[in-house]
Ligand binder design. Structure first.
Ligand code: PA5
Ligand code: NI
Length: 188
């Protein structure tokens, strides 16, 4: 059945939606092949396999012509200096997307296969992801970094694209925010 107009209550303190859809939890083990230092990644997985981020969806279905939303919360941390981040993905049909930073400090790394772009994301920053740009979010601070995403319901997530092409840069912890280094494939 088609979905009806609705109000969704957003709790800015607890970063919850009500009503909400499913919440996805990504642990270190879900980020295989993404951090440069494979040994440090494996050690974290075989340790307590920490939660790196969660994604809480609104009840709007992820189908064509709908406009669902979600809130991603990335924990602060790093793996051999590489800041904790989302897996990153490309939208198969290259739809655009909008992010609004809510809490903490972060960055939005984008890559179109040739060019790489970094946007500092502070509460109130709207980050625009144009069609055809793969995107990954990074926590650059020492508290959780949260943002709202609004995306075409049929956008989908191509994670293989990022595994194959990388994101152009890697984001490392630095005293004054972030140190962006050229992408290199993970250690075998
Ligand atoms: O739609 C988006 O781009 C976001 O909601 C992401 O899916 C979310 O931040 C999690 O990142 P990823 O899907 O790359 O694991
Ligand atoms: Ni997306």
């Amino acid at each position: 059945p088609p979905i009806s107009p609705m109000a969704i209550a957003f709790d800015a303190e607890n970063l919850t939606l009500s009503p909400a859809g499913p919440t996805l939890t990504r642990r270190m083990s879900d980020l295989e092949g993404l951090f440069l230092d494979t040994d440090a990644w494996a050690a974290a997985v075989h340790g307590d396999d920490p939660v790196v981020y969660t994604v809480t969806s609104s009840p709007v279905p992820e189908i064509d012509r709908e406009l669902p939303q979600s809130i991603t919360t990335i924990m602060p941390g790093h793996t051999s200096g590489e800041l904790w981040m989302t897996k990153g993905h490309q939208h198969p049909d290259h739809q655009g997307e909008i992010y609004l930073a809510l809490k903490g400090r972060g960055g939005l790394l984008m890559f179109d296969g040739e060019r790489t772009e970094w946007l500092d994301m502070l509460p109130g920053t709207i980050g625009y992801i144009p069609p055809g740009w793969a995107h990954r979010s990074v926590n650059t601070g020492d508290e959780p970094y949260a943002f709202l995403a609004v995306y075409p319901g049929g956008a989908g997530h191509d994670y293989g694209w990022v595994l194959e092409h990388g994101m152009g840069s890697r984001a490392y912890r630095a005293t004054d925010g972030v140190d962006l280094r050229p992408y290199s494939a993970p250690d075998p």
